[in-house]
Design a protein around this ligand. Sequence first.
Ligand code: IMO
Ligand code: MG
Length: 426
Amino acid sequence: MSVSLFLWPSESAAVKRARNDSGNKVAVVLGAQWGDEGKGKVVDLLATESDVVCRCQGGNNAGHTVVVDEEEYDFHLLPSGIINTKCTSFIGNGVVIHLPGLFEEIDKNEKRGLKGWDKRLVISDRAHIVFDFHQAVDGLQEVQRQAQEGQNIGTTKKGIGPTYACKASRTGLRICDLMADFGEFSTRVKNLVLQYQSMYPALKVDVESELKKLKDYAERIRPLIRDGVYFMYDAIHGPPKKILVEGANAALLDIDFGTYPFVTSSNCTVGGVCTGLGIPPANIGEVYGVSKAYTTRVGIGAFPTEQLNAVGELLQTRGHEVGVTTGRKRRCALWFYVLDEIKVGVAYKINGKRVPYFPANMEVLQKVEVEYETFPGWKTDTSAVRKWSDLPPKAQNYIRFVENRIGVPIKWVGVGKSRECMIQMF
Ligand code: IMO
Ligand code: MG
């Protein structure tokens, strides 16, 4: 029972406190669909009261838009909390980092007014590095999938899959390796390139130039690097703090629970918070799932409620559904307020029988029959509404229906892009 006591011969104040209470809790914002649900806006709202905002998984495949005072910021690798000057932004060990991408993003947002980020950004030394050649391999794998299977995944080509594959096969390189002996680091990078070239003879890599760039980036990020596990331990067990986790990607893109293989390569559901930051489950506090009133998906994969018709086009245009990371048009499903009626998919049927689960196999999911419930549309613009009682009764009915059906209280209803466009429910 007392293994931990045995390992800690003298009790520090922190250890005593950890035994008596589990420390500060982290609030978590996650995407509940296929991404692009508006996580950035919820994170931005909560970040105004947070001391620390963390990313725990994914990389610059994510694209989070935050609108403040009419200025639109796009974040990919940086936690959206970075615009909040009172908040520390933390990139955890579960994130994969493409350093040129990170600096490009910083430069772009500096031009829009982001200041002092270097005083507020902390990066875990255990995060894995995305190399340019991982991105090239991502592209080659997509070409190969297309040639062999007649379809690809539609990845963002940001090197996410190959980097997590290296992590799992133990050939990856981490930020701590870049911070250590550069000669050793270079040898391991070159070996990795050779491995890839034996798999993909067409892969051309200018290793020397990539290493030279990385050496410069290493010095620029050195002051930001910490032992990420200790950083989180300290944030949790130090003085009271509000800690927020900004999920990237989404539940149905989760490597375990999503529409595999048309998924991303990390755990975007709540388990990824513990492994991607190195914190215990007891420290997870409120978890907010973000969902749109309709559904979108970029990339390939089963999408049973997809609207390949005028309705889908209307959602795409009215909702400005274009990917922040890739500029691709998002595929649209389900329905919207301008319509006479709103249909909500409530169950899947296989061979006429309802299934109480989300099928794992893609061929099965492609073929499910969707059971809908139909609601009257409210056909009025709600973007100026700020109070629940000002929403049209038909919209209220729809929201209460969704709430009852999923069994989770709805905390906010978003009605537009910017920070103010939120109705708080409780
Ligand atoms: P945010 O955080 C929407 C999708 C890609 C592709 C699949 C795999 O902005 O909601 P990857 O490059 O990760 O290997 O691509 O996952 N995808 C996203 N779609 N929003 C995202 O993130 C996404 N992140 C990955 O389009 O289908
Ligand atoms: Mg996005």
